[in-house]
Design a protein around this ligand. Structure first.
Ligand code: BG6
Length: 506
């Protein structure tokens, strides 16, 4: 695959919105600064907000300035970027908007004296997607299967039927190979590294199964609350917002079989196999496999924060979950009966995303009981963020005349090993969409299967109102029921051990 994108025009629907400002503007600026964008590259911002070209440019610069990993954007560096930004305001339901868009695309192509690939980026609320897709279809802006692509953000649907309907709608205008469904976790370096860790090393794969692994824990803990997104979050909740996509994708990468080649569909097929193998949660036993929670008032880093129900845009008697934990099984030869515990929550005591692999104990303890006081089984911890790296815990003999075992850690950190800074997830994903590499994007069947896997929980939770909300204080590690979920199997959530050499280790 060619890593330099062809001439590209990126059309951003919702260009005055939060996502464009917060994620796309800085990512595009970083790519430009790192010379990753094609020489011929333009953005056409489209929004219903009637603003001037200058307003749009100012907003993009502000986004780049505020969130760019390279720090403040110097005026002389911004100038060449600005020259390639265009703005159109128009109603997404009005055919005239698409006529104006076609004309603007044609004008850019004429100036370049070259055809361009077009990427239609829907940075818009899900409800408007149908209108935009139909508009693009009628204006024949999608018919070139090689050149035209569409990028859609999560949430992709609200449940299985709505995801099927969305996929159907998209397929009336775009071919599957033109559709890029974003799950930004897949663009994170540490998430991509799971494939390298597992399949570029001979060491781990032979023990990566039910014979050696006791269980797997996937944790995505955030200290932030819902911030200004109450209106969206009220209809989503942690299960839809995080588990259906980000955590299920992590599970796929941990549980998938080795791919035959580094090919988008090969890898996506292997991930789909995992999702298809997830044991259905019996409708009448959801409580044994899933728990939900909602934060009450509490403290984050010593400062008081309000309860979820007091956040803007949230109903005072909301039953939306801000925390969810699941126990899943992957029914295949590799993983039969190995539990995968998934948990995520907002306003937790610390922000950390990790995958913990707990290995089984040694089959026979040959050391005297007196030497085993501190003994525990091997443990592998993949730190996704904010720390980035991997920790492996094993046993060593403590120095001294008596034979005492003691756990010790071996750590790899990105910051200590690699000098180059990791690109942000959106940079990786934008370039991949430009060069036409769909590996880090979700295919329609994956999205649907993932919704199907969590459907029993969605259904049960929609039928029965939660009792006892709020059930965890902001600044804690979630509700007691989540500890009980794992304790019923005689286990407890593993502590997020910091990596040696990282700031958190001191
Ligand atoms: C988004 C969710 O997909 O991921 C947010 O909608 C969440 O609720 C965010 O905060 C977390 O992403 P990251 O990259 O900060 O871990």
């Amino acid at each position: 695959m060619n890593n330099t994108p062809e001439p590209t025009i990126m059309i951003i629907f919702g260009s005055m919105g939060d996502l464009t400002w917060r994620k796309l503007a800085p990512a595009l600026y970083n790519l430009f600064f790192d010379h990753k964008l094609p020489e011929r590259f333009a953005v056409i911002g489209l929004d219903r907000v009637s603003q001037s070209q200058a307003d749009f440019v100012r907003r993009m610069k502000d986004g780049a300035n505020t969130f760019c990993r390279l720090g403040n954007v110097a005026d002389e560096d911004w100038k060449p970027v600005e020259a390639n930004l265009h703005y159109l305001s128009g109603d997404f339901g009005d055919p005239a908007t698409y006529t104006a868009l076609s004309q603007q695309i044609a004008a850019v192509e004429k100036a370049w004296a070259s055809q361009a690939n077009t990427i239609f980026y829907l940075a818009t609320p899900p409800a408007i997607m149908e209108t935009i897709v139909n508009g693009l279809g009628v204006a024949k802006l999608a018919h070139d299967r090689r050149r035209a692509r569409i990028v859609v953000e999560k949430p992709f649907g609200h449940d299985l039927p709505s995801a099927i309907a969305l996929n159907k709608l998209l397929s009336t205008v775009f071919h599957e190979s033109q559709i890029y469904r974003i799950d930004h976790y897949l663009g994170k370096e540490t998430v991509q590294n799971i494939l390298a860790f597992r399949f570029a090393n001979a060491l781990f794969e032979p023990i990566w199964d039910r014979r050696y692994i006791d269980h797997v824990e996937i944790t995505v803990a955030e200290t932030v609350g819902v911030e200004h997104r109450g209106a969206y979050y009220e209809h989503a909740g942690a299960l839809r917002d995080m588990i259906q996509n980000h955590l299920m994708q992590l599970l796929c990468l941990i549980a998938m079989e080795p791919m035959v080649s580094f090919d988008a569909d090969d890898i996506r097929n292997k991930k789909l196999d995992v999702l298809r193998a997830i044991r259905p949660i019996p409708a009448d036993q959801v409580d044994r496999f899933a728990v939900r929670g909602q934060y009450g008032a509490g403290q984050i880093e010593g400062a008081p924060v309000p309860a979820y129900c007091s956040e803007p845009g949230v109903a005072p008697d909301s039953s939306t979950e801000t925390y969810a934990a699941l126990k899943l099984y992957v029914d295949n030869w590799r993983w039969q009966d190995v539990p995968f515990y998934l948990r995520t929550g907002k306003r937790m005591s610390l922000a950390c995303s990790t995958v913990a692999i707990q290995f089984r104990p040694v089959p026979h303890q040959s050391f005297p009981t007196s030497s085993q006081a501190a003994w525990n089984p091997n443990y592998l911890l993949i730190h996704i963020q904010p720390e980035q790296g991997i920790l492996l815990r094993f046993q060593a003999k403590q120095p001294g005349s008596s034979f005492q075992l003691s756990p010790v850690d071996m750590s790899f950190t990105y910051s200590g090993t690699f000098k180059a800074r990791s690109p942000d997830a959106y940079e990786t994903l934008l370039i991949d969409a430009m060069i036409g590499d769909a590996m880090l994007f979700m295919r329609s069947d994956q999205v649907e299967q993932s919704w199907s896997d969590i459907s029993p929980v969605l259904n049960a939770w929609s039928k029965t109102a939660p009792s006892g909300f709020p059930n965890y204080a902001a600044g804690s590690m979630g509700p007691q029921s989540a500890d009980d979920l794992i304790a019923q199997d005689g286990r407890s959530w593993l502590p997020p051990e910091p990596l040696a050499g990282s700031s958190a280790a001191h």
